[in-house]
Ligand binder design. Structure first.
Ligand code: ZN
Length: 410
């Protein structure tokens, strides 16, 4: 029997986005927008007339997921200042350009962790309706922050528990996919304090409880130990950044990390290009940037990994100097400089990242029934993580969206 919607792709190796072993000489069969089967070429019987593309000595893997981006921002070296200076019209066009770059670089899903005026939702819906090409998007809309707090120019400012609850409800009413809360201050906002929590414990509980009641996850930006502690206690779904800052240094906390593991919470690293590409000179945008703490954090990342924390590899694109196509550079940094295993880094941007988004039953792995978000890479990223940059073909929901650096317009 022939099914016109079916096609297949074979390759020497398939990384399926789970923590399982690599499948050598494998074949993925796609039916419409879904994966029909994944298995060895030797035992997979392809229906007659099914088109089978042989990718040879390439790697098949799931489309990459960046769980922390700001699609309306430039990714220039003065990202924060540039974003504040843009009109809404410019911002939405910037989002469209980032959408194309995302597809070219192998991203098939992104989670936008903070926009202004709900513009990212317009981008999300334009992509979903086929108006412009781009990755699947989940959007928080504006962040929740305190008055004058981290990223206040893209926020709903809240200071009391009642205001926090009202903001969560307002965001849900406007159609956001999840809630982004700024638990602590951050480097990008003059006058905010990265080490201090912007809310008391009750505020975190209120946001988590109200969001979860309405079926939404919460991503919480936390730099300081105090804020991390309160976010963990409140059961926030994804903890963004988590550098354990206190008293001008890094104070890694074993008990908090154990609680993160026991509760099954996810740490989304959200590490911008300041880690792997930019020099101090480049960092005009980041006031009081604690550059001397960078290397200290390598060790805390290794210790979280060793303790069994679920580490999602995310870029914080749009923050200082970080472009939408730079997630593979972060992956290379984590493997080559921090020393994490390549398999775990790839899992952190596929299967685990899908879990962070609450979409693990739809995307992130190559398994029957999931959406056919597939990359074909030159090389083997397990042997050389730099191969993540070599996207030969990007497939989104069964459709080829990028081929050898060019975008397919449907
Ligand atoms: Zn961010």
């Amino acid at each position: 029997m022939t099914n016109a919607n079916q096609w297949a792709v074979k390759a020497d190796r398939i990384i399926d986005g789970t923590i399982g072993p690599v499948l050598n000489d494998g074949v993925v069969v796609v039916d419409g927008d879904r994966i029909a089967s994944v298995g060895p070429q030797s035992t997979t019987v392809l229906p007659r007339d099914v088109y089978a593309f042989d990718a040879g000595n390439r790697t098949i893997m799931p489309g990459m997921i960046d769980a922390h981006v700001h699609m309306l921002s430039t990714g220039g070296n003065s990202g924060g200042d540039e974003s504040r200076a843009m009109s809404d019209h410019q911002a939405i066009l910037q989002g469209a350009q980032n959408s194309l770059m995302a597809l070219k670089s192998g991203l098939t899903t992104v989670r936008d962790c903070g926009d202004r005026n709900f513009l990212s939702l317009t981008l999300r819906d334009s992509i979903a309706s086929g108006q412009i090409p781009g990755p699947r998007m989940l959007c928080s809309g504006p962040v929740i922050t305190s008055t004058a707090g981290q990223l206040w120019w893209n926020s709903i400012e809240c200071d009391t528990t009642d205001e926090l609850r009202h903001a969560v409800r307002t965001l849900v009413k406007n159609g956001v996919d999840f809630i982004k809360m700024m638990g602590s201050g951050g480097n990008a906002t003059p006058g905010s304090n990265p080490e201090a929590s912007q809310y008391d414990a009750e505020g975190y509980y209120a946001v988590a409880e109200d969001a979860h009641r309405m079926g939404k996850k919460v991503a919480v930006h936390v730099h300081g130990v105090e804020a991390i502690r309160m976010a963990v206690d409140a059961g926030m779904d994804t903890l963004e950044h988590v550098p354990f800052r206190a008293d001008g240094t890094i104070k890694y906390n074993d008990q908090i990390v154990q609680d993160i593991v026991d509760k099954g919470l996810i740490v989304s690293l959200a590490m911008p290009a300041t880690w792997y590409r930019l020099t101090e000179e480049d960092m005009r945008d980041t006031r009081a940037h604690p550059g001397h703490l960078w290397e200290t954090r390598y060790d805390s990342i290794r210790r979280m990994h060793a303790a069994g924390v679920k580490l999602v590899v995310s870029s914080d694109q749009g923050s200082t100097g970080t472009r939408i196509d730079e997630l593979p550079l972060l992956a290379a940094f984590l493997v080559n400089d921090v020393g994490l295993p390549a398999a775990d880094v790839i899992y952190g941007m596929t299967g685990l990242s899908a879990e962070a988004l609450g979409m693990e039953d739809q995307i992130g792995t190559l398994e029957p029934g999931k959406l056919a978000d597939i990359l074909i890479l030159d090389g083997d990223p397990l042997a050389d993580i730099g191969a993540l940059k070599n996207v030969q073909k990007g497939i989104l929901g069964g459709q080829t969206v990028a081929s050898e650096g060019a975008i397919n317009l449907h």
